[in-house]
Design a protein around this ligand. Structure first.
Ligand code: 6PG
Length: 246
């Protein structure tokens, strides 16, 4: 099954332009009054964005007191481990740019087991949202960032995994990762990730061209199944963009 949702595809000239375009989209999403929520992603594709958010002009545009930061998946390692997605986000921008500690919501990888961490994080998301069920008219997140692996995985939702079909849980444990690093993961499910005003894929580098072509052709891959209750935007750099788009 692939998402039937219309996707907007934006091609940036290079990785610097991709980071700037992503930063602008993030600012637009968190600019509303009141609390906002951003769901971060791991991998290398968001690194430019994260670095930009720690620097002017972007740093001064983020209403740090009002934005809450979650993560769509993490490796079951301590946050100090270089493999940790939230650890990377903290290092690259959250710790230096002025995000209040209470606004940072890591997956508790210090829990005894990945399943326990998934349960705790699901409760935390439900508390934040204020309800047990997601209402498409009132999304959990303002922005969900996503990446695309060379096998078509997104978040820690790997091809062939049972987690792809999860309809009720918001967060699940993934005991066997589909590719490196082979550590257990904890991931939000498609329904939780979809509860957003905007889902923004960040994909860069020529190494992603083939898998992007397969996703855009509608092959049944996790990246194709991802959908959003709001907008679905794929932001690519020219190197990653399939020929017809670049
Ligand atoms: C993870 C990520 C994962 C990532 C893709 C793309 O924990 O590994 O959340 O889903 O986004 O693997 O990674 P790159 O950006 O490094 O290609």
């Amino acid at each position: 099954m692939s998402s039937k949702q219309q996707r907007e595809i934006v091609v940036a000239a290079d990785t610097a332009a991709l980071a700037a375009a992503a930063a602008q989209r993030l600012i637009n999403r968190v600019a509303r009054d009141g609390r906002s929520a951003v769901c971060l992603t791991g991998g290398s594709s968001p690194e430019g964005l994260y670095r930009s958010l720690a620097e002017e002009p972007w740093r001064g545009k983020v209403p740090w007191d009002r934005v809450h930061w979650f993560v769509g998946d993490d490796r079951f390692v301590p946050e100090s481990d270089p493999l940790s997605n939230m650890g990377m986000a903290r290092r690259l921008f959250l710790a230096t740019a002025g995000a209040p500690r209470g606004n940072i919501h890591p997956i508790p990888t210090d829990a005894n087991y990945p399943e326990g961490a998934a349960n705790i994080y699901e409760d935390e998301l439900k508390n934040f949202y204020g309800a047990e069920r997601l209402d498409p008219a009132r999304p959990l997140f303002d922005l969900v960032l996503m990446g695309l692996g060379p096998d078509g995985h997104t978040a820690s939702l790997f091809p062939g995994s049972r987690a792809l079909d999860e309809k009720n849980r918001w967060v699940v444990a993934v005991t066997k990762a589909g590719m490196e690093p082979f550590v257990p993961r904890v991931t939000l499910t498609f329904p939780a990730l979809a509860s957003t005003r905007e889902m923004l894929f960040l994909v860069d580098g020529a190494g992603k061209r083939d898998i992007l072509q397969r996703v855009f052709a509608g092959e049944d891959l996790p990246g194709s199944r991802a959908h959003s209750d709001g907008e679905l935007v794929w932001l690519l750099d020219r190197a990653a963009a399939p020929e017809v788009l670049s």
